[in-house]
Design a protein around this ligand. Sequence first.
Ligand code: C5P
Length: 397
Amino acid sequence: MSSLSNKRIILGVTGGIAAYKSAEIIRRLQDQGAEVRVVMTAAAEEFIRPLTMQALSGNPVHSQLLDSEAEAGMGHIELARWADLLLIAPASADFIANMVHGRADSLLSAIHLATPAIVAVAPAMNQAMWAHAASVANISMLQERGVRIIGPDEGIQACGDVGPGRMQQPDAIVHNLGSLFQTGRLAGKKLVITAGPTREALDPVRYISNHSSGKMGYALAEAAIEAGANVSLISGPVAIAPPERCQFTAVESAQQMLNASLEAAADADIFIAAAAVADYRASSVAEQKIKKQGEQISISLEKNPDIVASVAQQTDCFVVGFAAETQDVESYARDKLARKNLHAIIANDVSRGDVGFNAEDNEVSWIDADSTKVFSKRSKAQLARDILEHMVNHHKL
Ligand code: C5P
């Protein structure tokens, strides 16, 4: 499974005969599920045409630092922030020296300074240049700063010399990049996650709902994306922005959430129901605003469909539910696990103020037919990663 799935990679191309191999690197990165944007130095454009790189990457090639049109679209700071990985391949001796000195005289060098992403460099140069004390010192300086150096290979060089300095082959570079990310456990899997509350209309201006913030479901979606999954997030109304890199469906009512869930889960591998679905909806929704009446009014409610149970019944997904309880947490959760025919259920005690509903942290138990695993209190983001890791390992998904 690829750990490059869903990753955003800037491929920086500098001037060298190996630049023609960068076209192949784009393809290999895409094969692993990565999105690639290409940044070329002026020298690189002498060796390979930007149009080739644009056509292969499916994105415009960036090359100018001081280009008002480019800065108005995706400027150097946006590009730097966009990336999970900056791969410079080939990296010429000159560009490596430029990096060592922290220069910002080209778009690529400015991105190198501005990016929080992992930086990897695949050097390519003549063997004598590679062996020079200045290059040796430059490489060791980059390594000290955490830059990953990939290669170079030994062999016959374009100039006829033999020795170390050839850029590694595209396959090998991409293979080496895989180890830079610890994730990738869910690459190739489709996950559907429900999150947030549902809103059940009473009339055109009023509804029944609950206090679910959506934080746990959104954290699970983020963690699954990070782990390389193809994620569909189906969410009721919440105050947080949807993660990038997912299929996002905004819904209001339980019925809408059910329809979206069944459709998305039909070809999914895993379904996680983190939504706080309203148990009941109005038996009929008034067409006009309900007028103030006497001291009391009654509204007739009827039961909503059980989304997670329907998905468990109608699809082949591995299905995980949540159980928010205020007492006898494990026994109620086990009962729900069986009743809804789930593979696992994540139980939490919502009687505590510091975890669960609306809180930043959570403490839960993962419960399946034959085991219980307690996850002590931690941030919802970390918990989401740990839950997915346990799910994949324990259930061999
Ligand atoms: O029955 P209860 O609401 O306690 O079950 C909680 C679990 O069931 C959660 O995973 C929730 O997302 C899911 N659920 C659902 N559809 C409902 C009610 C709950 O998917 N109508």
